[in-house]
Design a protein around this ligand. Structure first.
Ligand code: SF4
Length: 755
């Protein structure tokens, strides 16, 4: 008789609820949870095949099932028991800290960790090692959104909720192929448009993706011109008198400086720079402002919308129809990522389209728990519960919470900087948790050089054969989805429980040393490191790691949020059990979370006002030229996830796209005399890969596109035409946004030649 355990999908930031069916300690099926507010029972192709990736017969071949170490690089790893493995890790980290200082240890974690895992890692690095040298692969995903929110709204908090998808009049999707990357949300959008045919969809994307193909208006802008487009739209709103001057005066500051910048972004200038039609810019600005009349009475659209047509009264007294913007890596993964985010939020502030039902700027989270990591502050420049590293009062609060005299002030290195420092010899120990930098970080020759140069590499992983495990001196096996307990936060600030349905699989010869939850590994190492590095702690040092359960970690985390913008002091495991997933904030005394933020026009800034950021348009870091004439764009496929550690195990998920191909516009192919299906060499200033070519008119001339999922190791070291396949990050640029330090994974200058 199968048992059902309620949990959450481990893939994207939609955060769908799942029901795991299991029997005899094995997962036998998965269904969408009809009661979960993110998906109401729906799952996409990835979520609905989760149980197949957990088949017991796969585990022995694909999972890391016991600790292992290498006596020398290049040697096969040897089995080790947990206790000596933890002792070895602790002694190598402690001796490095003593010899070279705490900045010589870099801890690189993941947006796929649970909040409880993240909390323990953050406390370990900042509280025990005494540095901020911890960063997350969320740096590649959401850090531009974090800076965008903080710079304009004062806090890293997405204001809307999923329900706003159904309440908006206009949806503006920018830099997101939502239909593939957040499929269950897109089904919700399709349903909403079927119910209200006048719900309009604008998509800004250089490619005609499946999302763009559904749009009423597709703005196929030139790559990297997002700020120019968004400034151009604001220019039109100003010119046409569509902004809400009363809202701007009452609830914002800094508009004059921005106004001076956008003055130059005339429709003619914007159309030329972005490669768009002026008429389309005018239509987009009009729809986004929400001042245009509803569908004419008597038309089918008006009849269908009559019952639910949303309208709100602006601060200036004008009736507006709400606009919801959805955005993702197209804005974030850019050397102008934080400016892209701010420029989009400006449109909402200038028109008062925020805090209202159906309105607001809404960043879609790439990973399942990038939000949770931000909440606990587990990044190089963040502190617990949205506190600021640079604020002495905030540091003192965290020190007191953790039982320490102080916590370090100096920001640590971001993801790319951490590996650059390792490549230069400044970082001696790398501890990599639940992520695969030897495939996913830009500029792979630098990253792989860093992994080779580091004196000791610890890889804490669920899967045995990632690109990064090949570089590990010590491998620590981690439990994964279906085997561990905790919480995650999805894109709409909604916290859901992740539950253990089955025990982690065991190796028959090492059954006593099986995979452990990430927070347990971090806790046990933290206890050892505390004893080694602080043998005589003194009265002021009372830091502890004696958590018996993930709930104990959660309770300490929620206590740390008391009085903060994300206050979840009222959100116990018991309440999550009783009432189901909840949005933050949910302070003590409340029984439900808050759907949307800033309804009262007050923002978490010193003066309570949102801020316009006077940021000018800058082109991408790397310019296309005669040597590298094409702009390389990258992105997800519908049925794969990240480096395919899990989805790559399932044959049925390859039906959609069996192998990586380079997409190129037919005009460019004709000009270079390249044939569809031919093997081509793609070269950037950093590397070269060889793969098949595919004609594609869905992107513009001068652009090429590669999916992000493949690396050499996913293909078992397979080569094409004698060239190793290193995947898209052999080519990508390590240039990053100066404010968010998020790398520009969406743009590199390349050339394509026949092989
Ligand atoms: Fe999982 Fe995202 Fe698919 Fe939902 S939409 S089932 S969270 S991958």
């Amino acid at each position: 008789m199968a048992t059902t355990t309620r949990s959450t999908c481990p893939y994207c930031g939609v955060g769908c609820g799942v029901l795991i069916e299991h029997q005899g300690g094995h997962i036998t099926g998965v269904r969408g949870d009809p009661e979960h507010p993110a998906n109401f029972g729906r799952l996409c192709s990835k979520g609905s095949t989760l149980h197949l990736s957990a088949r017991p017969e796969l585990a022995q071949a694909t999972r890391l099932l016991h600790p292992q170490w290498r006596s020398a690089r290049g040697q096969p790893p040897q089995a080790m028991a947990w206790e000596p493995a933890l002792d070895l890790a602790a002694s190598r980290i402690a001796s490095t800290v003593r010899q070279h200082g705490p900045d010589a240890v870099g801890v690189y974690v993941s947006g796929q960790l649970l909040t409880e895992d993240y909390y323990v890692f953050n406390k370990l690095v900042k509280g025990v090692l005494g540095s901020n040298q911890i960063d997350s692969n969320s740096r590649l995903c959401m850090s531009s959104a974090v800076v965008g929110y903080k710079r304009t709204l004062g806090a890293d908090a997405p204001p809307p909720c999923y329900e706003d998808l159904e309440l908006a009049q206009t949806l503006f999707i920018v830099g997101s192929n939502t239909a593939w990357a957040h499929p269950v949300l897109f089904r919700r959008i399709e349903d909403a448009r079927a119910a209200r045919p006048d719900l309009r969809l604008i998509v800004a994307d250089p490619r005609r993706t499946d999302t763009a193909a559904c749009a009423d208006l597709h703005l196929a802008l030139q790559p990297g011109t997002d700020v120019a487009l968004l400034h151009g739209l604001l220019h039109i709103m100003l010119q046409e008198g569509w902004v809400d001057r009363a809202y701007i005066a009452a609830h914002t500051s800094g508009f004059e400086a921005l106004e001076a910048i956008v003055r130059a972004h005339t429709p003619a200038h914007t159309a030329r720079l972005c490669g768009l039609q002026q008429a389309d810019l005018l239509t987009a600005a009009r729809w986004l402002a929400g001042l245009d009349a509803p569908a004419p009475a008597g038309t089918p659209a008006a009849a269908a919308s009559a019952a639910t047509a949303p309208v709100f009264s602006g601060r200036d007294g004008r009736r507006r129809r709400p606009t919801l913007s959805l955005y993702c890596q197209g804005l974030n993964q850019s050397s102008n990522g934080s400016a892209n985010n701010a420029a989009l939020i400006h449109l909402h502030l200038a028109t008062g389209q925020i805090g209202q039902a159906g309105a607001g700027p809404f960043s879609l989270t790439g990973q399942p728990n990038a939000m949770g990591g931000r909440e606990v502050g587990a990044m190089a420049n963040l502190l617990s519960a949205h506190r600021d590293l640079a604020n002495p009062a905030h540091r003192a609060e965290v020190a007191q919470l953790w039982g320490l005299p102080s916590v370090p002030e100096q920001a640590g290195r971001s993801a790319v900087e951490m590996f650059q420092a390792a490549a230069e010899g400044a970082v001696k120990v790398l501890w990599i948790v639940c992520t695969n930098p030897a495939q996913s970080l830009p500029d792979q020759s630098m990253v792989r050089g860093a992994l080779e140069r580091a004196e000791f590499v610890i890889v804490q992983e669920a899967f045995a054969h990632t690109a990064t495990t090949a570089y590990a001196d010590l491998l620590l096996p981690a439990a994964t989805w279906g085997e561990k307990e905790g919480t995650v936060t999805n894109s709409e600030r909604c916290i859901s429980r992740v539950r253990r349905a089955v025990p982690a699989p065991l190796h028959p010869d090492h059954a006593q040393d099986g995979p452990r939850p990430d927070w347990v590994i971090a806790r046990d190492l933290a206890q050892r490191l505390e004893a080694l590095l602080h043998p005589q702690p003194g009265a002021q040092r009372r830091i502890h790691f004696d958590y018996p359960t993930p709930e104990a970690v959660w309770n300490e985390h929620r206590q740390s949020t008391c009085g903060r913008d994300l206050d979840i002091s009222g959100l116990s495991y018991a309440l999550l059990e009783r009432a189901g997933p909840q949005q933050w904030p949910l302070p003590k005394g409340q029984s439900r979370g808050l759907k949307r933020l800033y309804a009262d026009g007050r923002f978490p800034t010193a003066d309570g006002k949102a801020r316009f950021a006077a940021l000018a348009y800058r082109p991408p870091h790397e310019t296309c030229d005669a040597a590298y004439p094409l702009a390389l764009n990258t992105g997800r496929l519908r049925d794969q996830w990240h480096g395919m550690s899990r989805t790559g195990l399932l044959g049925r998920l390859f039906g959609h796209a069996p192998e990586p191909v380079l997409q190129m516009h037919p005009q460019d192919m004709a000009r270079s005399n390249l044939a569809d299906g031919a093997l081509v060499s793609v070269q950037s200033a950093r590397g070269r890969i060889v793969l098949p070519l595919q004609a594609c008119a869905e992107l513009g001339p001068g652009q090429v596109f590669l999916p992000m999922h493949w690396g050499s190791d996913c293909l078992g070291g397979r080569t094409l035409a004698g060239q190793p396949l290193l995947g898209v990050n052999a080519l990508s640029s390590p240039a990053y946004c100066p404010a968010s330090k998020q790398p520009e994974l969406k743009h590199a200058a390349v050339r394509v030649e026949p092989v």
